[in-house]
Design a protein around this ligand. Structure first.
Ligand SMILES: *Cc1c(COP(=O)(O)O)cnc(C)c1O
Length: 410
């Protein structure tokens, strides 16, 4: 089965929450407090998610992509604004910026497979409004360095936490560092409701704007239409009580799932430690990462290719969903910046271009990188082979033996 640890852990808890809604017949996230049929699943999920991450506010939405768009809209990022985003990320980080009429500016990754802080400053122009670090493959970005750069240049930070629900960096959960952050509840993420997303922030104004964007401009938790009270033009990205019920059951398992993933990843990693020809990807917080994947960085591209062939996969450079080189929707398009640019555009350039191999450091790393699944089993992510959150010690030992054999023979 393809999917994340939440999907693999789907069971009685979800059934119970879901039946609660089924029996009540109340499907909308909105309802009256004194209506006994209204089970408040979405509202409860939002409160518990905010408390779990340790932020003041959370808005549940219909996807991670939608959540990113809510973040951008909440910050008022739009036409002519540039947002710095890594070239290795799920395409939604980039497409959400484009759909906000803003301009994605691609940056390099480092051996953590997250945005390279050394490269961010080189990409800043007078039009840069925000940095979008992506906590890729469950690994938190180097947030202390990123926040220092953002502060120095007065830039907003939108954390893309879609692949790292529950991860922490230096004792704080991801999603608490930037101005605002987005999570996904898609089947490949740590917890899932089939599809869905969450926006979190500590800023009341951003919360109201994000909420409004997700629900036709309304203030949070409206009790009706509230004409005269709408401050932003929005769309509909609401989730219903059925989704909320599943999300709530999953959230209550997240802490336990992360602990299990760490135990299983440690076991598999220890069995392979010290074998020749590769090193582990840099993990920015070993105790805080999600431990959903084990990533090998081979000495050479050739070794990575031969290893991948043995496990029926491909190095990360081939991912059609996650590598800018393979995003034909974005490539070879030139985005003109704001025509009324108030800055010296001669000097800064007025166009942002996207071309294959424009990020040589990223390309060289991805050519040598291979994912083994621990909790996220996803061929699209390059992790079609490995273990899952339910794998027994014997299964882990057998996968480790197989990998050891391949690594020794390469
Ligand atoms: C999955 C993902 C998204 C988008 O989430 P959806 O719920 O699929 O819309 C955004 N960014 C990253 C890094 C992702 O992995």
């Amino acid at each position: 089965m393809n999917g994340g640890p939440g999907l693999y852990s789907f069971g009685d808890e979800e059934r119970k929450e879901l039946l609660d809604v089924m029996e009540s017949g109340h499907l909308s996230r909105y309802g009256s407090e004194d209506d006994p049929a209204f089970k408040r699943k979405v509202a409860t999920f939002e409160l518990e998610f905010a408390s779990f991450i340790d932020v003041k506010y959370a808005v549940a939405t219909s996807s991670g992509t939608g959540s990113l768009m809510c973040c951008l809209a909440a910050l008022g990022i739009g036409a002519g604004d540039e947002v710095i985003v890594p070239g290795y990320t799920f395409i939604a980080s980039i497409s959400s910026i484009i759909m906000s009429n803003a301009i994605p500016v691609l940056a390099e990754i480092d051996e953590s497979l997250t945005i390279d802080p050394d490269d961010i400053e080189k990409r800043i122009t007078p039009r840069t409004k925000a940095i979008m670090p992506v906590h890729m493959l469950g690994n938190p970005c180097a947030m202390d360095r990123i926040m220092a750069i953002a502060k120095k240049h007065k830039l907003h930070v939108i954390e893309d936490c879609c692949q790292a629900g529950g991860a922490a960096y230096k004792g704080r959960r991801v999603g608490t560092f930037g101005d605002i952050a987005a999570f996904s509840l898609n089947v490949f993420k740590t917890i899932t409701a089939g599809d869905g997303g969450v926006v979190v922030t500590n800023d009341e104004r951003l919360y109201e704007r994000a909420f409004g964007f997700h629900d036709q401009g309304h203030k949070p938790n409206r009790m009706g239409v509230e004409v005269g009270n709408r401050s932003i033009v929005g769309v509909n990205m609401r989730i219903n009580e059925l989704t909320g019920a599943v999300a709530l059951a999953q959230l209550r398992k997240l802490e336990g799932m992360l602990a299990t993933l760490h135990t299983k990843k440690d076991r598999l990693k220890k069995a392979l430690d010290g074998l020749p020809g590769f090193k582990w990807r840099t993990i920015n917080d070993v105790g805080g990462e999600c431990a959903t994947l084990l990533t090998l960085l081979f000495d050479t591209k050739d070794r990575a290719e031969r290893f991948s062939a043995e496990i029926g996969g491909k190095p990360l450079a081939y991912s059609g969903w996650h590598v800018y080189n393979n995003m034909e929707q974005v490539l070879n398009k030139v985005t003109a910046s704001a025509s009324n640019c108030p800055y010296d555009c001669e000097k800064h350039g007025t166009e942002v271009t996207y071309a294959k191999h424009m990020l040589p450091k990223t390309d060289a790393i991805l050519d040598r990188a291979v994912n083994i699944s621990v909790g996220v089993v996803d061929k699209g992510l390059g992790s079609g082979f490995g273990i899952n959150i339910k794998s027994s010690d014997a299964e882990i030992a057998s996968v480790a033996a197989r990998l050891t054999g391949i690594l020794k023979a390469l």
